[in-house]
Design a protein around this ligand. Structure first.
Ligand code: HEC
Ligand code: HEC
Length: 565
């Protein structure tokens, strides 16, 4: 990086008379833990802080925030861990002491207080784009700092950030020259709990499909083909028909509505046979690749090389004080389907993993660290992330920081092919939280209200005082206030301006310490409702597992041949 700047300066000096403004070279922050394959301080980093939430309150009330993640799963997710809501008995011995110390003693409690002006100015400055509009990480990764070179091969083999966050009205992202980046913004209802802005962060999700999915049969980029393939993936994952703008099936050479003839299709028909087989077909080059056996398709599965990008951001305030997504990122999280696994493969993996964990000396699951490519979750996906360094820039996450990703994405019943947001889609593009209707579970119940009732609080740790006051009387839900969420979730999801800035301060205090391996949830005060040590009696007090969070109408258990609904 230094050398290229020098060359650039020389070049500028020789061909220009007016001096150009060049950004000073920012020293790269040291990476705690580094990118190397060092032993993990916490072998259970894949078990998140949420598992240590106290479930029994005084007065005998039982709180169950557990059901959001631990639930009966729908194949090809074979985690099927609803019983996990009932007990800590399965927790490996070494994980009985809560390793997430930042939840018990949040760094913000002893950090010097930043003024409102200071924290606002900070979150409003982008650490993704440089002042010249170029992507800062891409620039730094092009000349890999030695501290980030875990493998020692001198180059960055992982994801190089390339999303421009410049979306058209169909959600497609464009470079400044108008070219498509391939990314498409997904508007989705955030997963209940920690991912609501009121509990810490704003997030957005972009998705990109393999090049073959974007191109016509001759290999040329075609946004229409790309859109149809997106609709097909949506049908495969939501397991429902998806309406599309009418298309001529003859020109595409595919029977999209599965009516047996090639005509005009107004929908993508979903179909699922035994073990996820389907007559559905992708269109364009991916369709031809599929026919040649090189690009598999399966119900409930994303195609190979699908990528997701998830930015986790600070809270900013609009002029009227309403919280909105900040320019500054706390984290940039990435996932890529690197390997195709069929339903049968996934079923075999789930069984093997159970045995493996039982046989490992300390009961810990092991995830393969692929350095700059992140961790492999054992189910086809590589997970990788960047996180805020002490100086406010973004740096790659260490092995231990990345191990954190692999439990939620792959180890629990709630995901669909290791992914959360996609089946929670409410549209393409970006969407204002204000006026967003509450998502419905498949059993027809309102999703967020159900979660609030089960949890008896506005967050997993019963630490969100604002929501406690707004929706509960000592843990008992107030029906009238809850009902107001149905037509507009912003009453629930958005904190007050004061709380928003406090949450920003809480994360910044962790970032200053770079103590993410001790927990990165920005809680404001010491957690009274979080176990430092899980109770020896092991029972959570939950008597029957709750279906959630989307709910289902049929229980499939682990029967791979079952057909949903
Ligand atoms: C945000 C999602 C989430 C929530 C909420 C959650 N958990 Fe977990 N839990 C996980 C993940 C991820 C793992 C690691 C799974 C894996 O990869 O083996 C886990 C693991 C566990 C384990 C260890 C299981 C094993 O076999 O190693 C126990 C016990 C557990 N959770 C109990 C609970 C309880 C009790 C609650 C509610 C108080 C809860 N969890 C809430 C995500 C969650
Ligand atoms: C405590 C559970 C949890 C952990 C740990 C976690 N995630 Fe996620 N992740 C989620 C949830 C929930 C969403 C959906 C976001 C929302 O609802 O706002 C998500 C979304 C994503 C997405 C977008 C695709 C999707 O699944 O919706 C990517 C990519 C992602 N996370 C990567 C990562 C990486 C990389 C890490 C580790 C640095 C990580 N995640 C750690 C729960 C988790």
């Amino acid at each position: 990086m230094r050398r290229s700047m020098g060359v650039l300066l020389l070049a500028l000096a020789s061909c220009r008379t007016t001096p150009a403004k060049v950004e000073p070279v920012r020293p790269v922050a040291a990476v705690p833990g580094g990118m190397g394959d060092v032993p993990l301080g916490n072998r259970f980093a894949y078990i998140p802080g949420q598992c240590y939430a106290k479930t029994r309150a005084v007065g005998g009330l039982v709180h169950n925030p557990c059901f959001a993640c631990h639930t009966w799963s729908e194949p090809p997710n074979f985690a099927d861990d609803a019983e996990q809501q009932l007990t800590w008995g399965t927790l490996p011995k070494g994980a009985a002491a809560n390793p997430w110390r930042n939840l018990l003693a949040p760094p913000v409690a002893h950090a010097p207080r930043r003024s409102d002006e200071e924290i606002l100015a900070f979150v409003r400055a982008s650490n993704y784009f440089g002042s010249d509009g170029e992507i800062e990480l891409a620039r730094v990764l092009a000349h890999l700092p030695p501290a980030w070179d875990g493998e020692g091969d001198g180059k960055w083999g992982g994801y190089i950030p390339d999303a421009r966050y410049h979306f058209d009205d169909r959600g497609f992202d464009h470079r400044s020259d108008g070219e498509y980046t391939g990314w498409r913004a997904l508007a989705y209802a955030p997963f209940p709990g920690a991912f609501w802005p009121t509990n810490g962060s704003f997030g957005d999700v972009l998705v990109r499909l393999a090049p073959a999915m974007r191109e016509d049969r001759a290999g040329h980029f075609d946004p229409k083909i790309y859109e149809v393939n997106f609709a097909i993936v949506e049908a495969l994952l939501t397991r429902a028909d998806v309406a599309i703008d009418p298309v001529d099936e003859r020109s595409l050479g595919a029977d999209l509505d599965l009516d047996g003839t090639l005509g005009t299709a107004k929908k993508i028909a979903f179909e699922q046979g035994p073990a996820g087989t389907t007559r559905m077909r992708y269109v364009g080059r991916a369709g031809d690749e599929s026919a040649a056996g090189r690009f598999p398709i399966g119900a409930g599965l994303f195609p190979i090389d699908t990528e997701f990008l998830h930015s986790v951001r600070y809270l900013d305030l609009a002029t009227d004080g309403t919280p909105k997504m900040a320019a500054r990122m706390k984290e940039l999280r990435y996932a890529k389907k690197a390997r195709w696994l069929s339903w049968d493969d996934l079923k075999a993996k789930a069984a093997a993993e159970l045995v493996e964990a039982q046989e490992s000396a300390d009961g810990a699951r092991n995830f393969v660290w692929q350095f700059d490519r992140g961790v492999y979750n054992g189910q086809g996906w590589l997970l990788q992330g960047f996180i805020e360094a002490a100086d406010g820039s973004l740096r790659p996450q260490s092995h231990e920081e990345t191990a954190y990703c692999a439990g939620c994405h792959g180890g629990i019943g709630a995901t669909s092919d290791s992914v959360f947001s996609f089946v929670r889609k409410v549209g393409w593009g970006t969407r204002d939280i204000k006026g967003l209707a509450e998502p419905r579970r498949r059993d027809g119940r309102p999703e967020y209200q159900t979660w609030l009732r089960e949890t008896g609080a506005g967050d997993d740790y019963r630490a969100n005082d604002e929501l406690a006051k707004r929706f509960f009387d000592a843990g008992a839900p107030r029906a009238a206030s809850l009902g107001a969420i149905a037509s507009d979730v912003s009453r629930l999801l958005l904190p007050s301006a004061t709380r928003a800035l406090d949450l920003d301060r809480a994360w910044k205090a962790i970032a200053d310490e770079q103590s993410y391996t001790r927990g990165r949830d920005p809680v404001l005060a010491a957690g009274a409702e979080i176990y430092a040590q899980v109770p020896p009696e092991e029972k959570t007090g939950v008597v029957a597992p709750v279906e959630g969070p989307r709910g289902r109408t049929v229980r499939h258990r682990t029967d791979a041949s079952a057909t949903p609904r």
